[in-house]
Design a protein around this ligand. Structure first.
Ligand SMILES: [Fe+2]
Ligand SMILES: [Fe+2]
Length: 213
């Protein structure tokens, strides 16, 4: 998608539409669900609860990714940076759809706080973006590295039998690593401390809450 020719009002409408489809709609994945051909092995109730908690965290992570990327794109100065952000956001939409599908299969639901996570992330993304495109891209790199690390942690702690969640998380992890690489190549700045530490603390809070609610 290109926003080069869109007016500020058009952009606002695109943002509003994305917020709605992230929070209330059925996000449309462009790629097939990586778990489509993987057996859905029966989990015992405790395993299923744990898997659902982890997938709810990942779903919230993707809601945040939508907010961050759209917030950043809204204020990006260079059209190329904006396109880069929105391209990555499309892959995050795939992740969002796949995590939502898996949550349903696990008889669970997304976080009740998703509107708050989205709004907070959008504001944070716009704030980062206002500091300039180098910062904007640096923020992408840091976020994606942190997400990649927590996906690895989830791959270690998911129930052994939950092959479907595992398949989804593996593809997501590879995508997030690529998003970070692309942002680095596009001229990301390295964010100074304490910003990465504060981002990690915010994400720890999100994970603790989203595991349950
Ligand atoms: Fe993602
Ligand atoms: Fe990503």
């Amino acid at each position: 998608m290109t926003l080069r020719a869109l007016s500020p009002l058009d952009r606002l409408l695109v943002d509003a539409q994305n917020a709605l489809s992230t929070l209330a709609g059925k996000p449309l994945a462009r790629r097939a669900n990586p778990a489509a051909d993987t057996a859905d092995v029966e989990l015992d109730p405790a395993e299923r609860r744990h898997a659902a908690g982890l997938m709810r965290i990942n779903h919230v992570g993707e809601v945040c990714a939508q907010g961050l990327y759209y917030g950043q794109a809204a204020v990006a100065r260079d059209p190329q940076t904006r396109e880069h952000l929105l391209e990555a956001a499309q892959e995050e939409t795939d992740h969002l759809a796949w995590c939502g599908e898996r949550l349903q299969e696990l008889d669970s639901r997304p976080s009740l706080f998703n509107p708050l996570w989205y709004a907070g992330s959008y504001a944070l993304g716009a704030l980062a973006g206002l500091r300039g495109d180098g910062w904007n891209l640096g923020f992408v790199v840091e976020t994606e590295h942190q997400v990649e690390a927590h996906l690895e942690e989830h791959l270690q702690t998911l129930p052994e039998a939950d092959l479907r969640s595992r398949k989804i998380l593996k593809v997501m992890k590879a995508d997030e690593a690529r998003h970070a690489d692309h942002a680095e190549q596009a001229g990301a700045r390295i964010l100074p401390q304490p910003i990465p530490k504060m981002m990690a603390a915010a994400s720890d809070l999100m994970k603790a809450v989203a595991y349950r609610i």
